[in-house]
Design a protein around this ligand. Structure first.
Ligand code: ATP
Ligand code: MG
Length: 609
């Protein structure tokens, strides 16, 4: 491609709309433009990157025997009602765009494709002889994200590879899951990314085991906890660990003490000169179920610990049937406005005890056709069940109790859960001498063992060898193709611009003519450019009427791995070659440069395989 003929616009200044380096660089280097919140144009340079990533993804997927297909983005609500996800995905904080067509039918734009693919399998898979089966697609997804940001990192329209596998049993699913683990590792390695595979939460998609593939970068929205020995790595949402030992309580008798201005654990521990590990802290949440039931949840956990809201949501989901529902629509700490809807009197916030009375709640119908449960759901985290003579609230502002015990002054709630947040510095379960370290990560891929959740709901069954009619066992596997492109920039750039890994660079070589008025330079550059193309190298020719300095700056900014310059050395039969990643400049004979650079590219591509 000749740069003079391309839509090529670079910006000197950082655009105000971008916060992180990769987003700034993709805008400045002309790869993308924002069209609406979370909606971006993929311009020619970016499309080449996306296509290269997609090719690598296809290559690795096809190698496992998976087959490519393309499913509809426009999906009928009734399929999503069958799986029970229509309400959760389109209401409250749901992320599905929905619409009503001219026939008054409700439709949604696909945020993911479990329902559609399961409907296809229900129709087409009859016998165990057709299994296992794995279909994938590379396609635009739509998600009305609450906080679209960082450009392609979290868009409302983005490109994903999603794949779905079908099996007769868990064993076969695990085999494919393992193959996908390898395929995903290969994809990320071939794209030139440094990454870590981590244990992950399965979230609203459901199912059991799941692994996320994280690209480590400061701008990552996820926190990863890992151990130095390389044996444990997990998303903080899912991470488990041993909490530090509790310090034995210094209080021996139960009494209520005046503790003025101690609404926080820190202030209380300081006032009582006790360890936060002796304190039972009580945190109030408000959960909304898909049945319309609103439940106030009182979680008791150790003072030095925090609630992991993902784990809490999972526990509440397990209890959904008690409230006539199947899923949690939202979970949050009730603010003053929320409290006014149901509190019969001001809550002793900061001084609540595990036995906070249900008479604080005015149960019954509330705004929005919802119904408030008249009693607290009391959950107790495993960190406090063994505490003796603990400190906790008294349900009266400015006062706490000390020396309390379960089974004496306080009733131990019957539902014991693990909802504490693992944190850096905790001891690892597999080896308590290892402590958890923390890093930021960008989630690029996620593989799940779904099990029979969707096949049971949609009635997708097969006939087994013995003639039994059984639900299909499923797995699903996603890679964010457009997010990956930006993550690569986030991980690989310098003060001058993008530094693309060779495998996904839009062009591998840029041939720069410093002086368009010099026929010798122009002819030499054109010859090199043509020879590169003939060898199958993705080459760009900068034949614009611009100053040499501008051309060099632009070449650095757009991040092309190798730059060949037909400059002054031409007189000696030489050209200059610059490697973008190292900045190393070499003079190479005109007659050798094409073969040399082609050799470097081949070596790079081979090394990442
Ligand atoms: P996140 O936690 O970042 O929202 P997710 O758990 O919703 O991701 P999945 O549903 O597993 O993501 O989708 C598979 C992949 O699609 C993700 O690993 C990510 O790379 C990509 N992805 C998800 N949401 C977005 C988005 N809004 N913009 C760009 N890529 C996305
Ligand atoms: Mg998401």
């Amino acid at each position: 491609m000749r740069l003079s003929q391309m839509l090529f616009v670079t910006l000197r200044e950082d655009p105000a709309e971008a916060e992180i380096p990769s987003h700034k660089l993709l805008l400045r280097a002309g790869y993308t433009r924002r069209i609406a919140s979370g909606v971006y144009a993929y311009l020619p340079l970016l499309l080449r990157v996306l296509n290269k990533i997609s090719d690598i993804v296809r290559d690795e997927m096809n190698a496992t025997g998976a087959q490519e297909c393309l499913l509809p983005q426009l999906q009928p609500a009734e399929l999503w009602r069958e799986s029970g996800r229509w309400e959760t995905y389109t209401k409250a904080e749901g992320i599905m765009f929905s619409l009503i067509d001219r026939r008054q039918q409700e439709m949604g734009l696909g945020p993911t494709h479990e329902e559609v693919i399961t409907a296809v399998a229900r129709d087409m898979v009859r016998s165990y002889r057709q299994l296992p089966l794995h279909l994938y697609q590379i396609q635009t997804k739509f998600r009305d994200e609450i906080r679209p940001r960082f450009g392609l990192m979290r868009g409302r329209e983005f490109i994903m590879k999603d794949g779905y596998s079908f099996h007769t049993d868990e064993g076969s699913l695990k085999d494919t899951y393992q193959e996908m683990y390898t395929a995903y590792s290969n994809i990320l390695r071939r794209c030139g990314l440094e990454f870590r595979a981590v244990d992950a939460d399965s979230g609203a998609i459901g199912g059991s085991g799941s692994t996320e593939f994280m690209v480590l970068a400061e701008a990552g929205e996820d926190e990863v906890l890992y151990t130095e020995d390389g044996k444990y790595a997990a998303n903080v949402e899912k991470a488990v660990s041993l909490p530090g030992e509790a310090v034995p309580s210094s209080f021996t008798t139960f009494e209520k003490l005046e503790t003025p201005n101690t609404p926080t654990i820190d202030s209380l521990a300081k006032f009582l000169q006790c360890s936060p590990t002796q304190i039972v802290k009580n945190v109030l949440y408000q959960a909304v179920y898909d049945s319309g039931k609103v439940v106030l949840v009182l979680v008791s956990l150790r003072g030095d610990q925090d609630v992991n809201e993902v784990k809490l949501t999972n526990e509440l989901t397990k209890l959904a049937a008690d409230y006539g529902g199947t899923a949690v629509l939202s979970l949050g700490v009730p603010d003053e406005a929320a409290q006014r809807q149901w509190a019969t009197k001001p809550l002793p916030l900061g001084y609540m005890a595990p036995d906070l009375g249900d008479d604080y709640i005015q149960g019954g119908p509330i705004q929005g056709g919802q119904e408030l449960e008249p009693a607290f759901l009391r959950l107790v985290d495993a960190t406090v069940t063994d505490l003796k003579h603990f400190v906790t609230g008294s349900n009266e502002a400015g006062h706490h109790t000390v020396g309390g015990n379960w089974g004496q002054e306080f009733t131990l709630p019957k539902t014991v859960v693990d909802v504490r947040k693992a944190a850096a510095g905790d001891r690892a379960l597999h080896n308590p001498s290892q402590t958890l370290q923390t890093a930021r990560g960008i989630e690029i891929g996620h593989i799940f063992q779904l099990g029979t959740k969707y096949s049971e709901k949609l009635g997708a069954t097969y006939t087994s060898e013995t003639g039994a009619e059984l639900p299909l066992v499923m797995g699903c596997y996603g890679v964010g193709v457009s997010r990956l492109a930006q993550a690569a920039v986030e991980q690989s750039h310098d003060k001058n611009g993008i530094v693309w890994p060779v495998a996904i660079a839009p062009y591998q070589v840029i041939v720069v003519i410093p002086n368009m008025g010099d026929d010798l330079q122009v002819e030499a550059a054109k010859a090199i450019y043509k020879a590169l193309l003939a060898l199958g190298v993705d080459a760009l020719l900068d034949d614009r009427d611009e100053r040499a300095g501008v051309k060099f700056k632009d070449a650095d900014l757009i991040g092309i791995p190798y730059r060949i310059v037909t400059g002054r050395a031409l007189g000696d039969g030489k050209v200059e070659v610059v490697e973008r990643s190292t900045g190393i400049v070499q003079e190479v004979a005109l007659t050798e440069v094409v073969a040399l650079v082609k050799g470097w590219i081949d070596d790079e591509l081979l090394a990442s395989r």
